[in-house]
Design a protein around this ligand. Structure first.
Ligand code: MLT
Length: 229
């Protein structure tokens, strides 16, 4: 098990973007979305507008003009998405998921909210290595994601059968020395940015640990990477 910046190849890759893409992706599926479709660009998302399609995403934490939703898990939790496909494009998280699609056989979206379920699913699928990809923010390491990687690593170690590399040791050290989840997320650069935008409720929501059984998984069958429950 190792924490990868986006390199290597593993049979299971856990993509983490706690603030907020993977937290929100889990929430869309919890609220009944049939599927999530991650695009590389906002333009690609806008081209998919149609019946039963919801466009969701952000730049700099704020909704993309022309989209139906931003990237707020709290906003997502207030709606039902039954019968709908949510097309997502975000600054870092959806890009990380696309990159991860080329680095692993099974690609799962992980956050704090689904950490235990994601660790169990990864353990069930793994034959050799599990990689944890931290999306970060604007190609810089994010404390929020490394902390979440530490939470995932603790669950995976408890499930047994893994050795760990230094990347995971770093994440475990942060997890084991951190304060409570909200304080840790809010002390991250992106957490502080979101709070500055008045989105503190999203940070509280993202700080809940293992409250969801939903683990979005990349569907290899589709021509466009889809993420299904
Ligand atoms: C990202 O993809 O970097 C995040 O989801 C940004 C955000 O939603 O604030």
């Amino acid at each position: 098990m190792d924490l990868l910046p986006y390199g290597g190849y593993s049979d299971v890759v856990l993509v983490v973007d706690v603030l907020r893409a993977t937290t929100t992706a889990v929430t869309y599926l919890e609220r009944g979305a049939d599927a999530l479709l991650l695009t590389d660009t906002p333009e690609a998302a806008l081209a998919l507008r149609g019946e039963g399609v919801v466009l969701a995403g952000e730049r700099g934490g704020l909704p993309i003009p022309g989209f139906d939703l931003g990237n707020s898990p709290v906003e997502a939790a207030r709606r039902d998405f039954g019968g709908q496909t949510v097309v997502m494009n975000t600054t870092n998280g959806t890009a990380a998921a696309h990159i991860a699609a080329g680095t692993g056989k099974h690609v799962l979206l992980a956050a704090l909210t689904n950490a235990h379920a994601a660790a169990r699913r990864a353990r069930a699928l793994a034959r050799e290595e599990i990689a944890i990809v931290c999306s970060g923010t604007e190609e810089r390491v994010g404390l929020d994601d490394v902390y979440a990687a530490g939470v995932l690593a603790e669950y995976l170690l408890a499930l047994g059968g893994f050795s760990i590399e230094d990347g995971t040791r770093v994440a475990l050290t942060i997890r084991r020395n951190a304060g409570n989840p909200f304080d840790t997320l809010s002390s991250s650069g992106h957490g502080g940015h979101l709070i500055g935008l008045g989105l503190e409720e999203d940070v509280h929501y993202a700080a809940q640990i293992s409250t969801s059984p939903v683990v979005p998984m990349l569907d290899r069958e589709g021509s466009t990477p889809e993420v299904l429950r």
